[in-house]
Design a protein around this ligand. Sequence first.
Ligand SMILES: N[C@@H](CCC(=O)N[C@@H](CS)C(=O)NCC(=O)O)C(=O)O
Length: 207
Amino acid sequence: MKLFWCPRTRAVRAVWLLEEAGVDYEPVLINLGDPDSRDNEEFRKTSPMQKVPALQDGEARLAESGAIALYIADRYASGKLAPEIDDPARGEFLYWMFFTPAVVEPAMVEKFGNHPSNRGQHGWGDFDTMIEIFERGVEDGPWLLGEQFTAADCMVGSSAVFMRMFNILPDSAVLHAYADRCLERPAYQKALAFDAEHASVLETSTD
Ligand SMILES: N[C@@H](CCC(=O)N[C@@H](CS)C(=O)NCC(=O)O)C(=O)O
C-alpha cells in the first residue's frame, strides 16, 4: 500500500488513521512545492485533483482524506475503527465521517475568508452552527461514538486540531478537551512526529 503525502497538510490525518489501524504502508513523499515531485505518474493517476493524501492499495486507487479513512477503516479495521456494516451505530459513524469534508472544512473557509454566512443556502450551514453541532457531538465523549474511538474521530479530531492551529477554534472547553484527547493518542503522536521529521523537505521547495 502506498500513501502519497506531504508534510504539513491534511495527509497527516491519513497517516494517523493508518497508524491506528496498524496497517503497513509505504509513504511516498509528494513535495507540493516542487513541480518535479508532483509530476509523479502514480500520484497523478491516484489523485485526480493532484492533492494529498492519496492511497494506492493493489489495484484500488483513491484520494480524499474522508474516502481514504473510510476505506482503511472498513477494509482493515472493521468493528474496530468503523462499526460493522449492519451495526446501527453505522448511521452516526457515517454522519461524522462526512462532517469534516461536508461541513467543517467549508465552514472554515467561510471563517477564514470572512464570507457572509447564509445558513439556509449554504450546504455546510454556517461556522457558528457547525461549532455548536460539533460541541454537542463530543460533549458526552470521550469520542464521537461514545466509548468507541473510530475513524470519524481521526477526521473530526484532526479538524479540531487544525482549527486550533489556525486560531479559529472558539474558546470551548469541550472542543479543546476533545482536541487534547485526540493528541494524546499514540498513533496521532506517531503521525505528527513523522510529519515533523520530514517537514524540512518543504524548505527546499522551488516555488
Ligand atoms: N478534500 C481533500 C483536500 C485535500 C487538499 O486540499 N490537500 C492539499 C494539502 S492540505 C493539497 O494537496 N493541495 C495541493 C494543491 O491543491 O495543489 C481531502 O480532504 O483530502
